[in-house]
Write a protein that binds this ligand. Structure first.
Ligand code: FES
Length: 186
């Protein structure tokens, strides 16, 4: 068993348990966008960042990937954490200004506007949850990441209607920003 401190309280958990799992179990709220408990963590949205003090050294770590370790001290809502989350939310606001989920999170953190300007906006934040849902829930690969840099996107193979898609809608169901809309075929 591993003993550590989370927001000033002592916890004892089994090896491999992540900070996010402990926090959720204890009713401590950590915001997430790319995490789903039914799927493997991916660590792309960085919104779950927490401050970890290990042997006196502070660092910022993603709670969804970081396992509890003996003697560490974790803060889920320190000034440094909030500052990081605010910057991230400004970036997400610039990318997805129409996403209600992003706007709500931004409001929660007192972020009203963004200093970042992007030429193209999209409700898709490229968290990859839909890709993992397709692979891990449906056992398919009907969608995946395509391209690099600013052109990075989620696509079906070659942008065509994916034959591998069985219409399970798992991708739309898990999307945190409702970027995927399902159209029923005629
Ligand atoms: S929830 Fe941890 S990085 Fe997205």
């Amino acid at each position: 068993m591993i003993k550590f401190t989370l927001d000033g309280k002592e916890f004892e958990v089994t090896k491999g348990t992540t900070i996010l799992e402990v926090a959720r179990g204890a009713g401590i709220k950590i915001p997430t966008l790319c995490y789903h408990e039914e799927m493997s963590p991916y660590g792309s949205c960085r919104l779950c960042l927490v401050e970890v003090i290990k042997r006196g050294w502070p660092s910022i770590q993603p709670a969804c990937l970081y396992p509890a370790q003996e003697g560490i001290e974790v803060m889920t809502d320190s000034e440094r954490v909030r500052k990081n989350r605010k910057i991230l939310l400004e970036l997400y606001l610039a990318r997805s200004p129409d996403s209600e989920a992003i706007r709500e999170l931004a409001r929660e953190y007192g972020v009203r506007d963004t200093r970042f300007k992007l030429k193209e906006t999209s409700n898709c934040i490229l968290c990859g949850l839909c890709v993992r849902a397709c692979e891990e829930i449906s056992g398919r690969r009907a969608i995946s990441f395509a391209h690099r840099g600013s052109k990075r996107a989620i696509q079906t193979p070659f942008g065509e209607l994916a034959e591998l898609c069985v219409g399970c809608k798992a991708c739309a169901y898990v999307c945190p920003t409702r970027a995927i809309e399902i159209e029923e075929a005629d």
